[in-house]
Design a protein around this ligand. Structure first.
Ligand code: PHE
Length: 454
């Protein structure tokens, strides 16, 4: 039943890096990173994030890609092949994209709505403080835009035009980067920006808690599409002569670099338009509240705003496609139905589950699963990023460190190149990652239960 047929492969290193970057770069960088950085103390979050990215993120990504390439299988099959007893890790990883895709599409719907806003000339209205909250607290508006986004993702997957979308996004991504730099420069040269800039870039150690680590590690997994089996699958398509270590560096540099840049445009923007005191209270709406104010002040801002959201939509689509394909392939391995039927069922399921997140800001806003002021979307986001993904990462490091042994990964990496950071990789996977993850998980559970507050 495992796929024994020849798998198609990425054409060389560039093909691999671009495909993985397409999955990695998305709303995680633009929407999620900036609001977390703002909420968790700015500079200190940045510092923790970067440190974790170059150590832990690097080690886990190398491990996942190597496991995929070694076995030539997607996540469940890969673990099963290496050790039957550990197949359950594959199943747990599979839960992650199933939880993320629905609420990711809700945010994708918000992006689509803002394209509509600018195209219909409502840029000034969007800069109004109530515009965003009025929109998300409605019933039909958010559902319709969310539905459009899910449908677009599904159509791309059904008609197999991912290649076309990827080709377009290869042109769009660089434009998005340039535009983001331009907007960031505009924002940080406004009066009042320096305070926001300082908040964003200078670490304040008094804001360092275990929550900073949990938030940073969850964001790292989310942004790099780690701890959910996606990179295992991507690795299974990678040719044996492609340099794994180098590819991981490039993906990480691009992904983290872009997240930092997005933060540079959004976090100081808060200081300019509403004052630094608001930063700690930032939530998932941050990007949609700050950027319209920026665009409304910028010369030509309404046109730039429209263009910006179109580009963001493409970045979001390349990620949602990769999420949906992962979910579809999980079910394809289990049920014998034609692929199209599975895509349709997954789409319907995604829509139904996503309704909860969408309505969670309106008629279901009385449900505050994680305490006052939190929404259903926060809940799905928390369960996947701060609970399941750290558990998957913990199990992966134990599996690689003690069950199949790190040599399996090292040997796979060395098939195509030297493994420069092998020592760090081994120390991370065997000791630091498991211990660190257990500490983070335990303290977050204790925190959530209110037993300790560190
Ligand atoms: N990494 C993507 C982003 O940053 C989100 C994503 C998560 C994509 C999981 C695929 C899988 O937006």
């Amino acid at each position: 039943m495992e796929e024994t047929k020849k798998r198609s492969t990425f054409s060389g290193k560039l093909g691999f890096v671009l495909a993985a970057a397409g999955s990695a770069v998305g709303l995680g960088n633009l929407w999620r990173f900036p609001y977390l950085a703002a909420k968790y103390g700015g500079g200190i979050f940045l510092l923790v994030y970067v440190l974790l990215a170059v150590t832990f993120g690097f080690a886990l990504m190398v491990a996942e890609i190597a496991i995929g390439r070694k076995t030539g299988l997607s996540v469940v099959g890969a673990y099963k092949k290496l050790n039957k007893k550990w197949a359950f890790v594959g199943y747990i990883s599979a839960a992650v994209p199933i939880i993320i895709l629905p609420y990711y599409s809700v945010i994708g719907g918000w992006v689509t709505k803002y394209i509509g806003t600018y195209v219909s000339g409502q840029g000034t209205a969007a800069a109004n403080a109530d515009y965003f909250s009025n929109f998300i607290s409605g019933t039909w508006q958010p559902i319709i835009w969310f539905g459009i986004f899910v449908l677009a993702t599904a159509l791309i997957v059904i008609f197999g035009v991912e290649k076309g979308v990827e080709r377009v996004s290869k042109v769009m991504m660089p434009i998005l980067v340039v535009l983001t730099i331009g907007i960031a420069v505009y924002v940080i040269t406004r009066p009042g920006a320096s305070e926001g800039l300082k908040y964003y870039l200078v670490p304040d150690f008094s804001q360092l808690t275990s929550k900073t680590f949990l938030a940073a590690i969850g964001q790292l997994f989310y942004s790099l599409s780690l701890a959910m089996g996606i990179m295992v699958t991507y690795g299974s398509y990678m040719k044996k002569d492609v340099n794994i270590e180098n590819s991981v560096f490039q993906i990480e540099m691009f992904d983290s670099g872009f997240a930092l840049l997005a933060g540079l445009m959004i976090v100081p923007g808060v200081a300019v338009f509403s004052g630094v005191e608001d930063l700690n209270a930032s939530g998932p709406g941050l990007m949609f509240q700050v950027l319209p104010q920026v665009f409304d002040n910028m010369p030509g801002g309404h046109v730039i705003g429209g263009l910006f959201f179109v580009l963001v939509l493409f970045a979001a689509l390349t990620s949602s496609i990769s999420l949906m394909e992962t979910v579809v392939s999980i079910f394809q391995d289990k049920v014998k139905l034609p692929r199209r039927v599975i895509v349709i069922l997954v789409t319907i399921g995604t829509f139904l589950i996503g309704l909860l997140s969408s309505l969670g800001f309106g008629v279901l806003s009385f449900i505050e699963p994680l305490g006052e002021g939190t929404s259903l979307l926060d809940f799905f986001d928390f369960i996947s990023n701060s609970v399941i993904m750290p558990i998957v990462a913990l199990l992966t490091s134990i599996f690689v460190g003690y069950v199949v042994k790190t040599k399996l990964v090292s040997d796979e990496v060395k098939l195509s190149s030297k493994f420069h950071f092998e020592k760090m990789f081994v120390v991370m996977i065997k000791y630091i990652a498991p211990i660190g993850l257990v500490l983070i998980l335990v303290s977050s559970v204790l925190n959530t239960l209110g037993i300790v507050t560190i």
